[in-house]
Design a protein around this ligand. Structure first.
Ligand code: HEC
Length: 110
């Protein structure tokens, strides 16, 4: 009986270590990009829209208009910050900043 209990304890410990390792890796991957915004808000029509047009619309035709982009902005923001999107390619830090900082500035239709 005692052996079974200690075996159980070892198994639990092993899983706890495994899970904490996995969590760490995920956090590291997400910490790779930190938005860096200046006081000048990126322009939607000049910068943000063309960027989304070229990086996202080939797969997401639902990100075409200001209204569509604006209403999906929180999921767009998190997918860019986590690096899960754009699928198959990546954006430069400056390009990510343009989209994320525009969203953080309140998504002006500028
Ligand atoms: C090559 C095709 C492709 C491109 C380019 C692409 N996506 Fe996606 N996106 C997908 C697919 C497929 C899904 C479905 C979920 C998955 O597979 O991750 C998805 C899911 C999403 C989701 C849902 C939540 C999530 O993270 O899974 C968001 C938000 C998103 N994409 C935003 C974007 C943005 C913003 C861009 C441009 C910067 C972009 N995507 C570029 C294919 C693409």
């Amino acid at each position: 009986m005692k052996n079974i209990i200690s075996l159980f304890a070892v198994v639990v410990l092993f899983f706890a270590m495994f899970i904490s390792c996995k969590k760490k890796n995920k956090e590291e991957a997400q910490a790779a990009y930190t938005p860096s915004c200046t006081s000048s808000t990126p322009s939607f029509s000049v910068t943000v829209r063309p960027l989304i047009q070229s990086a996202c619309v080939s797969c997401h035709s639902e990100y075409s208009t200001y209204a569509q982009i604006s209403s999906s902005s929180s999921s767009i923001r998190s997918s860019i910050v986590s690096g899960s999107m754009p699928k198959g390619t990546s954006l430069s830090e400056a390009q990510k900043n343009s989209i994320v900082c525009w969203i953080d500035a309140g998504k002006p239709n500028n």
